[in-house]
Design a protein around this ligand. Structure first.
Ligand SMILES: NC(=O)c1ccc[n+]([C@@H]2O[C@H](COP(=O)([O-])OP(=O)(O)OC[C@H]3O[C@@H](n4cnc5c(N)ncnc54)[C@H](O)[C@@H]3O)[C@@H](O)[C@H]2O)c1
Ligand SMILES: N[C@@H](CCC=O)C(=O)O
Length: 595
């Protein structure tokens, strides 16, 4: 692209020189002026983000992880994001409900605010009523007739085009909406709304093509085949607020496999999710395949679980919401045409387990990042750490030193490391855990601990020493905020600490072990086999990359269907086995029956 830009710029300069030289020669001047304008167009095209390109032949399609920008000072990518930030902040975007090709608005409107300046409204959106949700079900079932029989390659091309729009044309807007609406710093927005989203869209295409390549064995007497159908009915996609990419994936992955979808975005991520939805439209997704339905959670949950057409639920969020939905499905089981597929990724209480042989600065830096990046609002965030007493004094010193350098502030300032938590409900919940730590004789707040919601929902990165109380609720329950609790264990009690990690919480999402001693790593790996769906060795518990660390946990952390992995799409297809007989049957009797 740089070469093209240089060439176009040179043509522009040449055209300008010649224009000046020929000034006064009117007919040539006109031609020159035309040349000048053409050259200007070329420059604009060359410096603009690349236009989407989709390979027409997908036979050997292999997806690659999206390269990431760093947003250094004065870089073109930072300027693009700054322009998008300025634009989105200067207006209030209106987000309609979209059912089929119809935009809808209701009297029940709300505003999405910036978590770090909650008086500022970013978007106005409308909640869909139960009637609109019913309409959307009917529209989607109608759309399914054509979409489900559209060849996979055709569906795939739409999502590949969408991925290119994410990587290029709308990258800056997606980042800006995620920064302003969900309070992410530019880097956190880049890994989510650009890289992870583009990766989900492309990798899912590769996985779908690979999966559907499987065909059963045929013989001389029968030709066998496998048909990869969508589910009969619609899929309800219900994402959380914290990852723009998850909204895109929960809706696009089922749609890629021939399903129709009702996508209910989170109220606190509605703007970024709407941009993703618009990208799907621009990429060519037919109306009604994915319907965009901001709504009150229980209203949406009740409406979709009441419908006989419910084919599946693709959920990510808290355990309590997931359990609520599952119970509703159980209550309505007799009304469904099919057993709905239920995929749910839920919360975590993720651990960093550190050994005496660990590289201390490495473990400290990883713990700071995992516990506090995006204010601890990742399902994978480290919120409990186990440090042996023989290295604790040094570990503590380094941890507090690094902690003191963290900047808590507005995410639109590029030196900010973490910003406000998402909303007042979350602020109050996290604050209650910090107050519990302040008030408990057994817990000691050793860093942070202050909160302030006057301007934004700010909570200091907080570190709690749980000293003797390894099973305090602060070590057990998901907090989903910037609170790290540390238990200092006797270095010689390796069995004891492993048991604590295993049994303290009902979750099993992510966990990290830090040691240089290989025998310890091996032993911990074996003993913690069921303690984490994603286990990290000498690396932090956050930051799973699509196609590299397929993501998900078991126990109360979810159904562990591994988004970003090759098997996820199996949940969104209902296979049909077809046998075609090739040889006429001349006699119904078996050979052993004939004398
Ligand atoms: N395991 C994972 O992959 C993963 C990834 C991201 C987030 N999470 C989890 O998500 C949670 C944070 O997200 P959140 O606060 O948005 O979660 P949440 O459970 O409050 O909400 C999730 C979604 O469910 C909707 N909802 C709420 N009640 C509903 C109901 N009765 N019926 C239908 N929908 C309903 C919400 O509006 C939202 O869209 C944390 O627990 C975190 O660990 C898990
Ligand atoms: N992809 C994320 C997990 C999503 C949960 O919030 C990570 O691994 O950090």
């Amino acid at each position: 692209m740089m070469l093209a830009a240089k060439r176009a710029a040179k043509r522009l300069v040449d055209a300008q020189k010649q224009t000046a030289w020929r000034l006064g020669m009117s007919n040539r001047l006109v031609r020159r002026q035309i040349g000048l304008m053409q050259a200007l167009e070329e420059v604009k095209e060359a410096i603009a983000p690349e236009a989407p390109k989709v390979n027409a032949d997908l036979t050997h399609f292999k997806a690659e992880n999206e390269p990431m920008f760093e947003y250094l000072k004065d870089s073109p990518e930072r300027k693009r994001v700054q322009a998008s930030l300025a634009r989105l902040q200067s207006q209030m975007t209106e987000v309609p409900i979209v059912v089929g090709d119809q935009e809808k608005r209701t009297r029940d409107f709300r505003f999405q605010v910036k978590p770090f300046e909650h008086r500022n409204k970013l978007a106005k959106f409308y909640h869909a009523s139960a009637d609109i949700i019913q309409d959307a079900i009917a529209v989607s079932i109608e759309a399914q007739k054509e979409w489900e029989v559209t060849p996979l390659e055709e569906r795939a091309k739409i999502f590949l085009r969408a991925a290119d729009l994410v990587s290029n044309k709308y990258r800056a807007d997606l980042l800006a909406a995620t920064m302003l609406g969900q309070g992410k710093t530019v880097w956190q927005a880049e890994i989510d709304a650009a890289a992870e989203l583009a990766d989900f869209l492309r990798m899912n295409v590769q996985f779908a093509l690979e999966m559907t390549r499987y065909q059963p064995i045929s013989t001389t007497s029968a030709k066998n085949s496998m048909v990869y159908r969508g589910l009969e009915g619609f899929v309800a996609a219900v994402p959380p607020f914290n990852f723009t990419a998850i909204g895109g994936n929960l809706s696009a992955a089922p749609a890629l496999m021939g399903n129709v979808v009702l996508w209910k975005p989170s109220d606190t991520a509605v703007l970024s999710n709407y941009i993703v939805f618009k990208i799907f439209q621009e990429a060519g997704l037919p109306p009604g395949v994915i319907n965009f339905l901001p709504a009150d959670g229980p209203t949406f949950g009740s409406a979709v679980t009441r419908s006989p057409h419910l084919g599946g639920i693709n959920f990510t969020g808290s355990v309590s919401t997931f359990q609520w939905l599952w119970k509703k499905v159980a209550d309505n089981l007799n009304t469904y045409k099919n057993f709905p597929r239920i995929v749910g990724e839920a919360g975590g209480k993720n651990f960093h387990l550190i050994h005496s042989s660990a590289d201390i600065p490495h473990a400290v830096n990883n713990t700071i990042r995992s516990a506090f990046e995006y204010s601890g609002q990742k399902c994978s965030a480290c919120s409990r750490a186990y440090v042996p007493d023989d290295i604790w004094p040094e570990f503590r010193k380094q941890l507090l030193e690094q902690h003191s350098k963290i900047k808590l502030g507005s995410p639109v300032e590029f030196d900010t490391f973490m910003s406000a938590v998402i909303d007042e409900r979350s602020f109050e919940r996290v604050k209650s855990y910090i107050e519990h730590a302040h008030n408990s004789k057994e817990l000691k707040v050793i860093a942070g601990g202050k909160t302030d919601k006057s301007k934004g929902y700010f909570i200091e990165p907080t570190i709690v020493d749980v000293t003797t109380h390894a099973k305090d609720k602060i070590m057990k329950e998901e907090i989903f905020g910037p609170v790290l609790s540390i238990y200092v264990y006797p270095a010689n009690d390796m069995e004891g600490v492993v048991k604590l990690v295993q049994t303290t919480t009902p979750f099993s999402l992510t966990g990290a072990i830090f040691a240089k001693d290989e025998s310890v790593l091996e032993m911990w790996r074996r003993k913690l086999r069921f303690a984490a769906g994603n286990l990290y060795i000498n690396d932090k518990s956050t930051g799973a990359v699509v196609g590299q660390q397929p993501f998900g946990g078991a126990r109360h952390s979810g159904t562990n269907d591994k988004a970003g992995g090759p098997h996820y799409l199996l949940r969104w297809t209902s296979e049909q086995s077809v046998k075609r007989g090739l040889v006429p049957l001349a006699d119904w009797k078996y050979k052993h029956m004939v004398a």
